[in-house]
Design a protein around this ligand. Structure first.
Ligand code: CTP
Length: 415
């Protein structure tokens, strides 16, 4: 597992409500073994306090360019010299404009102008500010200078509006940080991932669904993207933000999910990887009603007839443009390994990740949880990956896939 040990990050927190998420980012960097020193702008201080930043980073927090004490002890030039990477999260429209125009008006902008280290920005702002040609021009300028960007994503904003400009989630910023320090073994590869539940309508207001949270599929999409892959994520309805840098397509039913997956394969017939992590509803109502099904006095309860949904994993594994590596999941409540092995051959995929979703498992809830116990099953047998976080499983899967595809290429080259 990669760690950030011996790596130093200078984190600049500028003004924006998303600054609260930077506290979590500090925690994640520290948890990963990295050292993090922070600059908090005047705007940033309106949203998080120097005390919280200092407590989490376990370091002094720098706020003032004209502080005699800070300049004597550290100095704004040394702040960037002693870092391996500078991360700006949130990066406000104002700070981006200062950077693009070479302004040095406070400690953050002065440090950035004097910086000699790679810079990663995580922009966060109102969607109109994001769309403004001035901001877009500044971003282009920064891009041509080699400054890397993570996010923003689309979604509900703190101001009550909806659109592009939400800061990337701390986990996604962490992935982008890792991409700076570690090799990107999936660069040049493309992947399709299905995730979340499907919901099948009974009438305009009612549906049949399942408890899938979509967390595992999202984590896999983020891990593959951070390993350099070009990722398309097809997801059923979930309460999660879209992962930064991933082409995310939202669907509701199994039929829509299949159509979106097939269209992704048609668009890129040389797809390398497909991972079906979605909990697809096996059946849908045969005759979904256009009008609400009414309850009438004296009438018996309605009978719902079902018809089978398409099997998306099987369709991908048997597609004429079959991706090189097709991975499925097996969610089982009994006979985990036997059922999962049977699924591997029945569906025609290369690997199956099996997990026990019985309520009895460790007496814990499985759906929506942050941890999972999985086994990798393929032609070589069964490998117990133990219990770990969905993020750790996703990273391990990305590493295994990279290894497998590289070995596969070497084998073909030798033939
Ligand atoms: N799957 C799929 N389309 C379906 C059903 C399942 O793509 N209509 C995929 C899932 O994404 C998963 C794998 O098939 O990768 C196994 O799903 P699971 O729900 O465990 O199995 P089922 O095929 O539904 O079989 P069963 O209900 O008998 O366990």
């Amino acid at each position: 597992m990669q760690t950030l040990e011996n790596k130093s990050i200078l984190l600049i927190i500028s003004g924006g409500i998303a600054a609260y998420k930077s506290l979590e980012l500090i925690r994640l960097i520290r948890k990963s073994g990295g050292n993090v020193r922070c600059i908090l702008t005047k705007g940033g201080e309106q949203f998080v306090t120097p005390l919280s930043v200092s407590a989490l980073s376990e370091q002094h927090v720098y706020t003032d360019l004209w502080s005699l004490k800070d300049e004597t002890e550290m100095g704004h030039i040394r702040l960037s010299r002693e870092a391996d990477l500078i991360v700006i999260a949130p990066a406000s429209a104002n700070l981006l404009a200062q950077m693009a125009n070479g302004l040095a008006q406070d400690l953050a902008s002065t440090t950035l102008l004097a910086a000699d280290k790679p810079i990663l920005i995580a922009p966060a702002m109102n969607h109109q500010m994001w769309d403004n040609p001035a901001t877009q021009k500044n971003l282009k300028t920064l891009e041509t200078r080699g400054i890397k960007q993570v996010g923003p994503t689309k979604g509900d904003m703190a101001c009550g509006e909806h659109g592009m400009g939400r800061m990337a989630e701390p986990e996604d910023i962490m992935n982008a940080i890792n991409s700076f320090f570690f090799e990107r073994p999936l660069s040049g590869y493309s992947a399709l991932i299905s995730s979340g539940p499907t919901v099948e309508p009974l009438d305009p207001g009612r549906f049949i669904g399942n408890r899938s949270s979509g967390k595992q599929g999202r984590a896999i999409a983020a891990a593959l993207s951070s390993a350099g892959a070009n990722v398309t994520l097809v997801t059923g309805p979930v309460a999660l933000t879209d992962p930064a840098g991933v082409n995310t397509i939202h669907v509701e039913t199994a039929t829509q999910m299949l159509a979106a997956c097939e269209s992704a394969i048609e668009t890129d017939p040389k797809l390398d990887i497909a991972i079906c992590a979605a909990a697809v509803s096996d059946w849908r109502a045969k005759d979904a009603q256009d009008q609400k099904i009414k309850k009438r006095d004296g009438e018996t309860a309605p009978t719902i007839s079902f018809t089978e949904n398409p099997d998306i994993l099987r369709a991908i594994a048997n597609h004429k443009h079959r991706p090189t590596l097709v991975v499925g999941f097996a969610a089982e409540t009994e006979n985990l390994l036997d059922n999962a092995k049977a699924k591997l051959s029945r569906k025609g995929c290369d690997w199956v990740l099996a997990n026990d979703v019985s309520a009895a498992q460790d007496n814990q809830k499985v759906f929506g949880a942050d941890e999972n116990h999985v086994y990798l099953i393929n032609e070589n047998g069964v490998d117990d990956w133990g219990k770990s976080s969905k993020t750790a499983i996703a990273i391990k899967l990305a590493e295994h896939i990279a290894q497998h595809l590289q070995q596969d290429e070497q084998k073909h080259a030798a033939e």
